[in-house]
Write a protein that binds this ligand. Structure first.
Ligand code: SAH
Ligand code: SF4
Ligand code: F3S
Length: 488
C-alpha cells in the first residue's frame, strides 16, 4: 500500500480557520450548539478536541445535550465489531431527531468512516448522515462542513457529503478545545505500520508519521504554561517515534526534550509496542524525573505460536525480558497491558500460556478483549472455529486472574504515601476527589474541591481491584509538596 506523507502547509490550515469564520458570519446571530460523541481510543479523544476547536471557531457552543444540538458529530472507532454496532445503533436512532428537525446536521467521522465499505453502507442505509469523512480528512473539517451547509439547505434536494482522502496528513496549528484543565493529550504521531494480523488500525489510520519534535515540544510548553500538569503523549506505537523524520530524534530523545521543559508536571505516554521498546527508552524513563513510572505494554498473548500468527514481532521470552529490563531501570514501575482471547486457532494450551505469562508479570491492570474479526485484516481469512462458550470461559478465567492480581498489588500499597495529582471529582461512596499516583494508579480521596489541579501527599488506607483509597497527608514543609516521592 503506497502511502503519501503530506505535511499540510500552514497557509492551508489558515484557510480552514478562515472558512470557520465565514461559516460563523453566514450563519448569522443567534445561539447554535454542537456536540461531539467520541468512541474508541485516546487518539480519537484527541481528534475530538480538534473537532470541537473547529466547531467553536464556526460559532457553535458545545453541548452534551443531543436534543439541543444543531450539529451532532459522531467520532467513531472500528477496532472491534461491538464498537461499530454501537455506533450504527446510536446513529440510526438519530433518524427521529432528523424527522423533527431536518435542518440539523449529523456528521459521522473517525476510523469507521475511513473504510470504503462502511461509507457505502452509510450512503445506502444511514440516510440521516449528512457528512462522512475519515481521520485523514480531520484537518479540513471546516471545508467539508461548509460544503455540507451549502448543499444541505437546497430545497427538496438534500445533498450529502462523503469524503475519502487517502493522503495521510501531518497537520499543525489546528484549533483545539481541550477537555479539562489538568490533564492533556498530546498526539506525537499518527498511524501504524505494524499490521498485527487482527487489527484494523493501520487500514483506517494509515502509515505511521511523526510530528516534528520541535512542534511537539512547542505544544508541550504551551500546555505547561497553561497550567496542565499531566501530559500524555499519544501514538499507536510511540516507541517508533521519529522514523521518517529528517531530524535524528527517537522517542527516548523526545522524552528528554519534554522533560527539560521547566515546570512541575508529569509525562505519560501510550502505547508502547514490546518489539520496539529499547533499553535506551527505559534509561530515559528512569532519568527523566517528570516521566511517569508507568508502562502500558500490550502483550496480546503469552503463546509464541499465537504471537507469531498475530505478527507481533516478539516472543514470550523477549516480552518477559523487556519487563525484567524495564523493572531493573525503574523498580517502582507500574505495568499494564492488553490481552486478546480467542484469536483464531487459539488452543487451551495457548490460552494457559497467556494466563501463566500474565500471572508471572503481575499487571496492575489488564484490558482484556475477545477477538473480533475485522474484515480486511489477515486474520479475518483464517478458520475461527473455537466455540463461543469456550472463548467466553477463557475470558472469564483470565479476568478473574487479572482481578486477583490487581487486587493484591493494590493491597500491597496500603500504608504507603504517594505524591498524587488531584485531577477531578470522584463519586465513590463519600470519597469526592480522584487523583493519580505517578504510576497512574487511581486514588480516591476526601477533601475540598478547590484542591482539584493540585499535588498532594496521599496516605493509602484501603484498596480494591480497580483503585486505591486514601487520605490527604499533611504537608510538613512547602518544599515537600514539590519534591515528594514520585514512586509508583
Ligand atoms: N496500538 C496499540 C493498541 C491499539 S488497539 C497496540 O499496539 O498495542 C487497542 C487494543 O485493542 C489492542 O491492544 C488489542 O488488544 C485490542 N484489539 C485490536 N484489534 C482487536 C480485534 N480485532 N479484536 C479484539 N481486540 C482487538
Ligand atoms: Fe493495531 Fe498492532 Fe498497530 Fe497496535 S501495533 S495499532 S495492535 S496494528
Ligand atoms: Fe478505534 Fe481508531 Fe482508536 S479504530 S481504537 S479509534 S485508532
Amino acid at each position: 500500500m503506497a502511502a503519501l506523507r503530506q505535511e499540510i502547509p500552514a497557509a492551508e490550515i489558515q484557510r480552514q480557520k478562515d472558512i470557520c469564520r465565514r461559516i460563523r458570519v453566514s450563519l448569522g446571530d443567534g445561539e447554535r450548539f454542537a456536540m461531539v460523541d467520541t468512541y474508541g481510543c485516546q487518539q480519537n479523544e484527541s481528534d475530538s478536541e480538534v473537532l470541537r476547536g473547529y466547531l467553536g471557531a464556526m460559532g457553535y457552543a458545545l453541548t452534551g445535550d443531543e436534543e439541543k444540538a444543531d450539529v451532532i458529530v459522531v467520532n467513531t472507532c472500528a477496532v472491534r465489531e461491538h464498537a461499530q454496532m454501537r455506533v450504527f445503533g446510536n446513529v440510526g436512532a438519530l433518524s427521529h431527531v432528523k424527522r423533527v428537525h431536518p435542518e440539523r446536521i449529523v456528521v459521522l467521522c473517525g476510523c469507521m468512516a475511513q473504510s470504503e465499505a462502511i461509507r457505502e453502507k452509510v450512503k445506502r442505509s444511514y440516510r440521516m448522515v449528512d457528512l462522512c469523512f475519515g481521520p485523514h480528512d480531520l484537518w479540513r473539517f471546516p471545508e467539508l462542513m461548509e460544503r455540507t451547509l451549502q448543499v444541505h439547505g437546497l430545497s427538496g434536494n438534500r445533498g450529502r457529503v462523503f469524503s475519502a482522502a487517502d493522503a495521510e496528513a501531518v497537520a499543525e496549528g489546528m484549533p483545539r478545545a481541550r477537555d479539562g484543565s489538568v490533564k492533556a493529550w498530546l498526539t506525537i504521531m499518527n498511524g501504524c505500520n505494524n499490521f498485527c494480523s487482527y487489527c484494523i488500525v493501520p487500514y483506517v489510520r494509515g502509515r505511521e508519521r511523526s510530528r516534528r519534535s520541535e512542534e511537539v515540544v512547542r505544544e508541550a510548553e504551551a500546555l505547561v504554561a497553561a497550567g496542565y500538569r499531566d501530559i500524555t503523549l499519544l501514538g499507536q506505537n510511540v516507541n517508533s517515534y521519529g522514523r521518517g523524520l529528517e531530524e535524528e530524534c527517537d522517542f527516548a530523545d523526545l522524552l528528554r526534550k519534554i522533560n527539560a521543559i521547566p515546570g512541575d508536571f508529569r509525562i505519560r505516554f501510550m502505547t508502547s509496542h514490546p518489539k520496539d521498546a529499547t533499553e535506551k527508552l527505559f534509561a530515559a524513563m528512569a532519568e527523566c524525573e517528570k516521566c511517569a513510572p508507568h508502562l502500558h505494554l500490550p502483550v496480546q498473548s503469552g503463546s509464541d505460536r499465537i504471537l507469531k500468527a498475530m505478527n507481533r514481532g516478539y516472543t514470550r521470552e523477549k516480552y518477559l525480558h523487556q519487563v525484567e529490563l524495564a523493572r531493573r531501570y525503574i523498580p517502582e514501575l507500574v505495568l499494564t497491558t492488553d490481552v486478546i482471547v480467542g484469536f483464531p486457532g487459539e488452543t487451551e494450551a495457548d490460552f494457559l500460556d497467556t494466563l501463566s505469562l500474565t500471572e508471572e508479570v503481575g499487571f496492575d491492570s489488564m484490558f482484556t478483549f475477545i477477538y473480533s474479526r475485522r474484515p480486511g485484516t489477515k486474520a479475518a481469512e483464517w478458520p475461527d472455529d473455537t466455540p463461543r462458550a469456550v472463548i467466553q470461559d477463557r475470558f472469564d478465567r483470565l479476568l478473574e486472574s487479572a482481578n486477583a492480581a490487581a487486587a493484591a498489588l493494590h493491597a500491597a500499597q496500603e500504608g504507603k504515601t504517594f505524591r498524587v495529582l488531584i485531577d477531578g471529582r470522584s463519586k465513590n461512596g463519600d470519597y469526592n476527589l480522584s487523583s493519580r499516583t505517578a504510576g497512574g494508579r487511581l486514588v480516591h480521596l476526601r477533601g475540598d474541591e478547590s484542591l482539584i489541579g493540585q499535588w498532594a501527599q496521599a496516605r493509602i488506607t484501603g484498596s480494591n481491584t480497580y483503585a486505591l483509597f486514601g487520605e490527604i497527608a499533611p504537608i510538613r514543609s512547602p518544599d515537600e509538596s514539590m519534591t515528594g516521592p514520585n514512586n509508583g
